[in-house]
Design a protein around this ligand. Structure first.
Ligand SMILES: C[S@@+](CC[C@H](N)C(=O)[O-])C[C@H]1O[C@@H](n2cnc3c(N)ncnc32)[C@H](O)[C@@H]1O
Length: 279
């Protein structure tokens, strides 16, 4: 292993641009020239697995095995940082504004999309928040679609097992209700209970695809900390799609450090990084 590490050549400008183009075309992720060192180290991991020593040789391998290898390439490049109850204000907003409204309206079903769900902390937080809110009320039919382009993070999300360190932000009592504490060889881990898992449907979906294989609209869409990696055109295209997939009285949650100003005038501000449709 160490031997191959030493032999791998440096990623030159020309090869970097070749990979950049494929990555952009496949995922919308727009890598600036400053990201060359990052791309080099991420690609090296994959090249070691394949025992390939040269970036150009890997580019050829990619083209020869395009359908399978493009998935691995994108898996190496995505940034998957996430947390339970990340940007907690959104879950307070759901609890204080959105869900009381749904109770008043006597909603029978709630459909939610976690777009760019990474390793699952976001959709599980959504599910837990809803179950907590409805625990002494009639539970509507809740379905959460959780999608990501990265197949590796989706595997972790589907497994639904997290280190104690990862779930420590979740209130202990709440965690006890919705996750099982591992014992024996599983000590130090928590596994989401089936009652939570069954609310979530995980699927690979590229947010930059021209069409999405989705039939129904959503009441709530979460797309947080995903579009920061897209250029403006890709963002404009995606928010048009979200507009079409959101019910007229729906809510769109974006990352706290993101904004729709200058990207989309299809949405109006409702609260901190929470938007509704302009009708
Ligand atoms: C930084 S994580 C954010 C996770 C979560 N939404 C949160 O805020 O904690 C960004 C996720 O977006 C996904 N992603 C990037 N480009 C994508 C695309 N074109 N289609 C779908 N998902 C994408 C990445 O794989 C990654 O898991």
């Amino acid at each position: 292993m160490a031997q191959i590490n030493q032999i791998i050549t440096e990623l030159n400008e020309k090869d970097f641009n070749l990979f950049r183009e494929v990555i952009y075309r496949e995922s919308g992720i727009n890598l600036s020239p400053m990201k060359k060192a990052l791309v080099q180290s991420r690609l090296m991991r994959r090249m070691r697995e394949l025992q390939i020593r040269d970036f150009n040789e890997y580019y050829e391998y990619l083209n020869e095995n395009y359908d399978d290898e493009r998935i691995h390439l994108i898996n190496c490049i995505t940034t998957n940082k996430t947390d339970f109850f990340r940007e907690a204000g959104h879950f307070d907003y759901m609890k204080n504004e959105v869900l009381p409204r749904y109770v008043k309206e006597n909603r029978k079903s709630i459909r939610i999309w976690s777009a760019g769900c990474s390793t699952g902390e976001e959709p599980y937080t959504i599910a837990i928040s809803l179950l907590e809110f409805f625990k002494d009320k009639t539970l509507p039919d809740i379905k959460i679609l959780a999608t990501d382009i990265d197949t590796k993070v989706l595997e972790t999300a589907m497994e639904g097992t997290y280190k104690e360190e990862t779930v420590k932000v979740v209130d202990k009592e709440v965690l006890r209700r919705y996750a099982l504490k591992g014992v024996g060889k599983n000590a130090g881990y928590y596994r989401m209970k089936d009652s939570v898992k069954k609310m979530i449907y995980f699927k690979r979906l590229n947010l930059l695809a021209d069409t999405f294989p989705l039939k129904n609209k959503f009441d709530i869409i979460f797309c947080r900390n995903v579009v920061i990696y897209f250029d403006r055109n890709s963002q404009v295209k995606l928010f048009k799609q979200f507009y079409n997939y959101l019910n007229n009285d729906g809510y769109l949650f974006i990352g706290h450090s993101e904004t729709l100003t200058s990207v989309s005038n299809l949405f109006q501000f409702r609260g901190r990084s929470v938007y509704g449709k302009v009708l």
